[in-house]
Design a protein around this ligand. Structure first.
Ligand code: MV4
Length: 455
């Protein structure tokens, strides 16, 4: 097992990883920018190294500075956390070439899954259901249009280097296709320096359901069930829950085992998540994330497994030591992402936190690195806390969520807390009856209501 881990991240996720390390008897090294000198992840770590100025290019994305910090502190492994270096295959390679363990998958798997065309090809060979679409990248407009007709409109043109919705355009007919194809290609080229695009049949009202996976270095893969991440705005998740209100135990078991089998077939190691769209009772693979995810917490609450601990264990080469049937599911969990943003416009609102009071009690977990008097810097992600509730069943989790939101006080800055209070009061949310467009529609109706009030 590792003796010292360098955590190449900040905020609540750096703290989350630090906590797992401490419980495993592993010393931690924090890295930080000059803007984060007073951050909680720096205070709690055993050692810390300043790696550069506030801008992420010069600090949290500064590979030589991070590797030097690992070297001077004598760390034997690097955990990339979420974002920043987590899905950078070249970083993973460099970490290994410098003699450290990378707490994540093999660089090869990061590379394959980062290319959405290669990802589709990799899983289709192993009989995972995918959205009907092109076999590979679409070479030109004519080939694309012919294929779009064959698949049947509407279709989506997606960037091979994409994910997160960038360079994605819907086409409803031949004329729309020409525009969508050129726009998607131009956007992809500008955003990723790679203008390869592919085509999929457009699903109009799916749910986003993802399967949490873990593979060890001995060919063994298991799943930890699904998370429903349909409640999002502009590709930013806002609320996640596990299990999905849309699945029954047999559907869960079927897709979970299938995903774990495919992960094992491709030799996947570490934590990973397969994303599916789910519509009319069918699953369609879209992408795989090769990292720990923000919403891993809800899978932990319904399985009782510390996923970060397991991720570190398998990265050290330890065999998993348990089988799929040893993972049992009980109860229900919901996570609310609390961002320091205006709850109507979603504009980031950095500033000083005042009157901070976190909720507590049975079934309530808050993962956060903020504290009373903390200055939220303007340079980084606006996620400042995750409120995670669990209960014996969905109704109990919902009641706890309402109660906990009522207790939560974060003064001095705008946060999404008022938005979450609105969401939990919506009948469709209470009934679990929502798809990926539901939150954006709810917000539209609200704005229209306000305009009417002014008239
Ligand atoms: C789709 C889709 C409908 N049909 N693919 C958005 C980002 C990327 N991860 C995949 N995305 C989508 N792919 C087909 N064939 C709709 C979306 C989509 C979406 C997916 C998951 C969660 C939120 C979303 C919001 C808008 C669109």
């Amino acid at each position: 097992m590792f003796e010292k881990v360098l955590i190449a991240n900040r905020g609540e996720i750096a703290l989350r990883i630090h906590r797992a390390c401490k419980e495993m008897g592993i010393a931690t090294v924090a890295v930080h920018s000059t803007a984060d000198a007073d951050a909680m992840h720096v205070r709690l770590a055993d050692e810390s190294v300043c790696i550069g100025p506030p801008m992420v290019r010069e600090s949290y994305l500064n590979i030589p500075a991070i590797l030097s910090a690992a070297s001077v502190t004598g760390a034997d492994a690097i955990h990339p956390g979420i974002g920043f270096m987590a899905e950078n295959a070249r970083f993973a390679e460099l970490v290994q070439e410098h003699g450290f363990s990378f707490i994540g998958p093999e660089p090869e798997h990061i590379r394959i899954m980062g290319d959405k065309v290669a990802a589709r090809r990799a899983v289709i060979e192993h009989d995972l259901p995918i959205v009907p679409g092109s076999d590979g990248a679409v070479p030109d407009m004519e080939a694309g249009r012919a294929l779009a007709r064959k698949i049947g409109y509407p279709v989506l043109v997606k960037a091979a280097a994409g994910g997160g919705g960038k360079g994605m355009k819907v086409a409803g007919d031949d004329k729309g296709f020409e525009e969508a194809f050129s726009l998607a290609k131009a956007e992809a080229g500008a955003a990723f320096g790679n203008d390869e695009v592919y085509i999929e049949k457009y699903l109009d009202r799916p749910r986003h359901i993802e399967i949490q996976l873990l593979g060890d270095h001995h060919g063994h893969c298991v799943h930890f069930g699904e998370r429903d991440c349909s409640i999002q705005r502009r590709h930013q998740k806002v609320v996640e829950e596990a299990p999905s209100p849309a699945l029954n135990a047999s559907a869960r078991d079927r897709i979970g085992r299938l995903a774990a089998r495919v992960a094992s077939d491709i030799g996947y190691r570490g934590l990973g998540t397969m994303e599916f769209l789910y519509q009319d009772g069918e699953f369609y693979f879209i992408e795989m994330n090769t990292r720990l995810q923000v919403e891993h917490t809800i899978s932990e609450m319904i399985t009782g497994v510390d996923l970060v601990r397991e991720q570190i264990r398998v990265a050290s080469g330890a065999p998993m030591g348990y089988a799929q049937d040893d993972i049992t599911f009980s109860g229900h969990a919901i996570e609310c992402r609390i961002n320091a943003e205006n709850p109507a416009t979603f504009t980031p609102r950095p500033g000083k936190v005042e009157n901070y009071h976190a909720p507590g009690g049975l079934g309530v977990r808050v993962d956060s690195a903020i504290y009373d008097g903390y200055m939220i810097p303007p340079y980084y992600d606006s996620l400042i806390a995750k409120l995670v509730v669990s209960g014996k069943n969905r109704n109990e989790a919902l009641l706890r969520l309402k109660r906990a939101l009522g207790e939560f006080v974060i003064g001095g800055v705008d946060t999404l807390l008022p938005l979450h209070e609105k969401i939990v009061a919506q009948p469709e949310f209470i009934d679990g009856n929502y798809d990926i467009h539901w939150l954006e529609k709810m917000l539209e109706v609200e704005v229209l209501g306000k305009v009417k009030d002014q008239e």
